[in-house]
Design a protein around this ligand. Structure first.
Ligand SMILES: NC(=O)c1ccc[n+]([C@@H]2O[C@H](COP(=O)([O-])OP(=O)(O)OC[C@H]3O[C@@H](n4cnc5c(N)ncnc54)[C@H](O)[C@@H]3O)[C@@H](O)[C@H]2O)c1
Ligand SMILES: [Zn+2]
Ligand SMILES: [Zn+2]
Length: 363
């Protein structure tokens, strides 16, 4: 079986479009014919550093149709419409406690380029192995070997073309608010960074009934989008008076904050804007370290990391599709579609702010 795939061969190198051979599914795996997949910032970070050795197919929020199933797979069948999310072992204490995003094997199961036994799901035209199984799926390919445990069946009512952003970015942003931070109605919230994850968090804050909802970014276009999705205030993160402007909105401090920039200075400032008992969730990774004044935390504040919205995809993604059907989660309005052959143009458009969330489609 052949696939058209976007391969990264060198750190920071461009994506090259190649025809690859796709392996047969092993036990517990399926073949998915992908229809669409978002580009998440995490794919771009991985492409910059290539934490796995050798060429690799990235992509970790694909949506498509099951084309074949390996042995031992009995919860999805050929023809099922599915969204692929992250991998978890299913057996460790966090997994068994309903918190697979904190699986003890999360890194090895997701930041991977093949099966645990060292075999790969793709072979290039020279007969060399190409890394697969990134987040258990490597969805920057028209067809791939995917871990069955990653898959979430979705209803016919949701087009696969838009569903290819649910498995990571929308789940992460909405889940960070309504599943991880769980603000009560009328809680004040500030969201820093309004890319796909931050804008999903804005929608999550609206669903949770937060007020006010402050969105901070350096992109006027994205801030306008945040406002259209329900942010009550938008602030230019580069303005010298951004901190004062935020304090003016919530003089006693914000009950909740979510940072999606991963920028240390933004995180430090955002934590200082919390109420004394406020909580700041962190999902972004740009800087490697951040420091806080001890006094900023000892007063009662909480800073916590959040992976993938702290959700169980098989129960949470159906909630997302139902919220979309009821027009409470218009994530489809964020999307710009590109054929997989235009992936480098999509990446350039994201960097330049011409697209907010790029979705790759397959012929
Ligand atoms: N924890 C998780 O499970 C998880 C899941 C998905 C993505 N992520 C990470 O979350 C982050 C956000 O992902 P995304 O796809 O939305 O990325 P994105 O690049 O689309 O969005 C980031 C936004 O932050 C803004 N920004 C950057 N620096 C800023 C500053 N100094 N002040 C204000 N705004 C600033 C950018 O303009 C951009 O709009 C990335 O680091 C990504 O790797 C984490
Ligand atoms: Zn686990
Ligand atoms: Zn992601």
């Amino acid at each position: 079986m052949k696939a058209t795939a976007a391969v990264v061969r060198t750190p920071g190198g461009p994506f090259s479009i190649e025809e690859l051979d796709v392996a047969d599914p092993s036990a517990g795996e399926v073949i998915v014919d992908f229809v669409a997949t978002g580009i998440c910032h995490t794919d771009l970070s991985a492409a910059q550093v290539l934490p796995m050795a050798g060429p690799v197919v990235l992509g970790h929020e694909g949506a498509g149709i099951v084309a074949a199933v390996g042995s031992g797979v009995d919860d999805v069948a050929v023809g099922d419409r599915v969204v692929a999310s992250f991998s978890a072992c299913g057996n460790c204490t966090p997994c068994l406690s309903g918190r697979p995003a904190y699986c003890r094997d999360f890194i090895s199961a997701n930041v991977s380029a093949g099966r645990a036994d060292g075999t790969h799901g793709f072979t290039d035209s020279s007969g060399n192995a190409v890394g697969s199984h990134f987040f258990g799926q490597s969805s920057f390919a028209s067809r791939a070997v995917v871990r069955a445990g990653n898959l979430v069946p979705i209803p016919d009512t949701v087009p696969l073309e838009i569903a290819g952003v649910l498995g990571c970015s929308v789940q992460t942003g909405v889940g960070a608010i309504i599943q991880a931070l769980r603000p009560s109605a009328n809680s004040s919230v500030i969201i820093t960074g309004t890319g796909a994850v931050g804008l999903s968090a804005v929608m999550g804050a609206v669903i949770a009934g937060c007020h006010p909802i402050v969105a901070v970014d350096t992109s006027p276009v994205r801030l306008r989008t945040a406002r259209s999705l329900g942010a009550t205030h938008t602030l230019d993160g580069a303005a010298p008076d951004v901190e004062e402007a935020a304090r003016a909105v919530a003089p006693d401090g914000f009950d909740y904050a979510l940072d999606t920039t991963g920028v240390a200075a933004v995180i430090r400032r955002t934590v200082s804007l919390l109420t004394t008992s406020g909580t700041c969730g962190l999902v972004g990774l740009a800087d490697q370290e951040v420091s806080f004044g001890l006094g900023d935390l000892v007063v009662g504040r909480t800073v916590r990391g959040i992976i993938e919205g702290d959700v169980v995809p098989r129960t949470f993604i159906p909630r997302l599709t139902e919220l979309w059907r009821r027009e409470s989660l218009p994530f489809d309005t964020l999307l710009t579609s590109y054929p997989i052959t235009e992936i480098n143009a999509a990446v350039a458009d994201l960097a330049a702010g011409r697209a907010t969330k790029a979705v790759l489609t397959f012929p």
